[in-house]
Design a protein around this ligand. Structure first.
Ligand code: AMP
Length: 208
């Protein structure tokens, strides 16, 4: 199972990537998670990436392509992967195609999770993470327990979210037609319970 999940920030893409990864026994490969880990570890790559991430911009293609090439070369990704947050540009998509061609492992599909902008803003600005467990909560829809140690991702603040949504719209303007031309694009409605949305993704992929 080799799929790309596309969806704006707070579209539920990360949650769906976790669920699909568990279901098919393949890793979720999230460039956002890898970059945040590099940032936390204070590596040179993390420090470089922070400049772009904290401003809500995109990290340069060469940096993320390098990360993904390395990650997809690891043993657990040989049987498949759920790509979350990559590719975000046409050059990244082309680098990925070239890599998968070299590995002889084509994509099964590209799934776009559709959620309207107003709901995305509300989801992101009220999203909180428990520092200890990494569990994600929503102050309105999925309130955290009283003892949670909550963290608000710096890039989930309103002004930054707006920029990230604009960057996402600009990105998909080129990326969606790219995958449509290749006959790989499926679109699913991302409003509903997570399990329901997983069901929609599986039917779009013809895997249920
Ligand atoms: P995410 O968790 O996927 O929303 O990613 C958080 C931030 O990491 C983004 O706002 C970008 O700054 C950076 N990032 C993650 N993936 C990519 C990518 N494929 N290309 C460029 N920047 C990325």
């Amino acid at each position: 199972m080799r799929i790309i999940l596309l969806g704006a920030p707070a579209s539920g893409k990360g949650t769906q990537a976790d669920k699909l990864g568990a279901r098919f026994g393949v890793p979720k490969v999230s460039t956002g998670d890898m970059l945040r880990a590099a940032l936390k570890a204070g590596t040179p790559l993390g420090k470089e990436a922070e400049k772009y991430m904290s401003a809500g911009g995109l990290v340069p293609d060469s940096v993320v392509i390098g990360l993904v090439e390395e990650r997809l070369g690891e043993a657990d990704a040989r049987t498949g992967f759920i790509l979350d947050g990559f590719p975000r540009t046409v050059p990244q998509a082309e680098a990925l195609s070239a890599l998968l061609q070299r590995l002889g492992t084509p994509l099964d599909g590209v799934v776009q999770i559709d959620v309207d902008r107003e709901l995305l803003m509300e989801r992101a600005t009220l999203r909180r993470t428990d520092k200890r467990s990494g569990q994600i909560y929503h102050l309105k829809y999925n309130p955290p327990p009283p003892d949670a140690e909550l963290e608000h991702r710096a890039d989930d603040r309103e002004e930054t979210v707006k920029k990230r949504l604009d960057a996402y719209d600009a990105m998909t303007a080129a990326l969606l037609p790219h995958y449509q031309r290749l006959g790989l694009l499926k679109r699913v409605d991302g409003v509903g319970e997570p399990a329901q949305i997983t069901g929609r993704i599986l039917s779009a992929l013809g895997k249920n």
